[in-house]
Design a protein around this ligand. Structure first.
Ligand code: DGL
Length: 261
């Protein structure tokens, strides 16, 4: 099937997922939507996150997308059930990787850094309840991090100070896994690695989402069957300079467009 895969996020964070998907599915075309004008989603009420997710989905469906990846934990945990009910295309979502962290933790204590919208969602609660049996989960809202990352402020004192505040109570309780529950946060991994003791492992869900996308494409006979050069369109409804910056390591054929939606 020659139609593109649609991917959306509240902003540039989902490009971390886009990169995993492109690595695994290099022949697939994609359309990426960064709703940076409305970022961060994390502090918004459930109804607003749902409304924005529906708007983003319609934008991608109007561009002929055959499958939609909700590359945002906040949108997934608040909206994916409704999106699946409302539209016919398959949806892939992303949730904090609590299950693998809980299975592998030796200290039986894991940290989860995510947005308020994710941590307060019903989906997150049921996942945590089902998979973290006998494990202590230390949750922290990464308030302020998405806005800093959207401004490209990764390796700054401001960001490090915030991270230090969020990590302190986790390290006090001896976590050995830190779960990144927001698709913006993988861009903080180099900074986090310098801040965390070497035995603390960082987990994000990017690769798992790419594998699931491959699986669902195959299952629905939607995969491109022949090797080909793929093309990629990135839309942002805000300044595109930061988005371009986050794509500077991408060698595939892509264009970035500013679009007011
Ligand atoms: N990338 C989004 C996520 O995974 C960020 C949410 C936000 O905009 O606050 O949760």
């Amino acid at each position: 099937m020659n139609d593109p895969i649609g991917i959306f996020d509240s902003g540039i964070g989902g490009t971390s997922i886009w990169k995993e998907i492109h690595k695994l599915l290099p022949y697939e075309d994609t359309v990426y939507l960064a709703d940076s004008k409305n970022a961060p989603y994390g502090g918004r009420p459930h109804a607003e996150i749902l409304e924005l997710s529906i708007k983003n989905t319609e934008f991608l469906l109007n561009r002929g997308c055959k499958l939609i990846v909700v590359a945002c934990n906040t949108a997934t945990t608040n909206a994916i059930d409704q999106l699946r009910k409302q539209y016919k295309v398959p949806f892939i979502g992303i949730e904090p990787a609590i299950k693998p962290a809980a299975l592998q933790s030796r200290s039986k204590t894991v940290g989860v850094l995510a947005t308020k919208g994710t941590l307060t969602s019903q989906l997150f609660h049921s996942t945590a309840k089902n998979h973290a049996n006998g494990i202590t989960v230390i949750e922290r809202e990464g308030a302020g991090l998405v806005s800093l990352i959207e401004k490209g402020k990764i390796n700054t004192e401001e960001t490090k100070e915030l991270l230090g505040k969020f990590l302190a109570p986790m390290l006090e309780k001896d976590i050995d896994y830190l779960v990144l529950g927001c698709t913006h946060y993988p861009y903080l991994i180099p900074v986090l690695k310098r801040m965390l003791p070497p035995h603390v492992k960082i987990l994000d869900s990017g690769e798992a989402v790419a594998r699931q996308t491959l699986h669902v494409l195959k299952q629905n006979n939607l995969m491109h069957s022949h090797p080909r050069a793929s093309s990629h369109l990135f839309y942002s409804n805000s300044d595109t300079a930061i988005l371009k910056d986050f794509l500077s390591d991408v060698t595939a054929n892509y264009t970035v467009e500013q679009h007011n939606f």
